[in-house]
Design a protein around this ligand. Structure first.
Ligand SMILES: O=C[C@H](O)[C@H](O)[C@H](O)COP(=O)(O)O
Length: 263
C-alpha cells in the first residue's frame, strides 16, 4: 500500500471492498476507468486465488482487453441476457446516489450494462462525493452527422435550465475530435451546478443526434467509498455509511507489487 499514491490507495480500497460482493457463477458488469481497472485486476487475482468461476460483460474495448488479460471470461451482454451485479466508477456522486459518468467516454455502454443488472455498485474515492452534481462537465455522446447542430440545439435548450454554466465544448483527442468505441463524438457541458438533473436528462436525450448523456439517475444502488487511509465504507441510499472489511484471500503486498510492475 505504501507504494501507491493516495488517490490509488483510495481506489484500491473501494475496489477491494467491492470484491467481497462477488459470488461464484455471477454474471458481472465491468465498468471503465482507473477505478474500475483496480477492481478488474483484483477480480483476476481472486479468480486465481480462489478458483471461482464467473463471467463478465465489459463496458468498453479497454475494459474487455484488461479483463481478458486478467483471465476473466468476457461475454457479450446479449449472450448474458441479464447481469447479477455491475461494478463501476463515477465522476460525481450526489447524496441520492445520482451520478455523472463518462469522463472516459464510456457512459453509453456503462448505462446499458448497469441498467441490465440486478444491482449497480459504484466504487469511488471520497473526493467524488458532492452535494450537487455539475462541477464535473457532463458528457453527452452525439453521432458525428450534424454534431454542430446538435450542440446549437443543446445550447439553446440550456437557456431554459437551472444551471450555473452553459458552455458546451467538443471533447478532443489531440487535434482530432474524440471518438467513442461506437465512433461517436462527446460534447462536454460545463454546467457548474445542475439544479434538476431529472428534468435535464430526458431533455438532452430528446435532441436529435444525442445518443446518451452521462447522468445516471436512480441507477446506482450502493456506493463503495475508499479513502487514502486504505479503509472503505458502504454508502446506502438512506445516507448510512457502514465500514467494510476485506473478506478474501488476496495477498495485498504481492498483488500491489505485481500491478505496479505492470504499469
Ligand atoms: O467513461 C468513463 C467512466 O464513466 C468512468 O467510470 C468515470 O469517468 C470514472 O473514471 P475514473 O475511475 O478513472 O475516475
Amino acid at each position: 500500500m505504501n507504494t501507491l499514491t493516495p488517490a490509488d490507495r483510495a481506489k484500491y480500497a473501494a475496489s477491494r471492498a467491492a470484491l467481497s460482493l462477488v459470488e461464484p457463477d455471477m454474471k458481472l458488469g465491468l465498468g471503465t476507468g482507473s477505478t474500475a481497472n483496480w477492481f478488474i485486476r483484483l477480480l483476476g487475482e481472486r479468480i486465481r486465488v480462489d478458483g471461482i468461476k464467473l463471467s463478465a460483460v465489459a463496458t468498453s474495448d479497454r475494459t474487455a482487453a484488461l479483463a481478458r488479460s486478467e483471465g476473466i471470461e468476457v461475454i457479450e451482454l446479449d449472450a448474458a441476457g441479464w447481469l447479477d451485479l455491475t461494478i463501476d466508477g463515477a465522476d460525481e456522486v450526489d447524496p441520492a446516489l445520482n451520478l455523472i459518468k463518462g469522463g472516459g467516454g464510456a457512459h453509453l455502454q456503462e448505462k446499458i450494462v448497469a441498467t441490465a443488472s440486478d444491482r449497480m455498485v459504484v466504487i469511488t474515492d471520497d473526493s467524488k462525493l458532492v452535494d450537487t452534481l455539475g462541477a464535473f462537465p457532463l458528457p453527452v455522446e452525439v453521432i458525428p452527422l450534424g454534431w454542430t447542430a446538435s450542440r446549437a440545439i443543446i445550447e439553446e435548450m440550456l437557456e431554459q435550465i437551472d444551471v450555473d454554466g452553459r458552455e458546451v465544448t467538443p471533447r478532443m483527442n489531440g487535434s482530432e475530435l474524440y471518438r467513442t468505441d461506437e465512433g461517436n463524438h462527446i460534447l462536454d457541458l460545463h454546467l457548474k451546478r445542475i439544479g434538476d438533473p431529472h428534468r435535464l436528462s430526458p431533455l438532452l436525450n430528446q435532441v436529435a443526434g444525442v445518443v446518451e448523456n452521462g447522468l445516471f439517475l436512480g441507477v446506482a444502488d450502493q456506493i463503495m467509498v475508499g479513502y487514502d487511509s486504505g479503509q472503505a465504507h458502504l454508502l446506502e441510499e438512506n445516507g448510512v455509511m457502514r465500514p467494510v472489511s476485506f473478506a478474501d484471500g488476496i495477498d495485498e503486498q504481492a498483488f500491489i507489487k505485481r500491478v505496479m510492475s505492470q504499469d
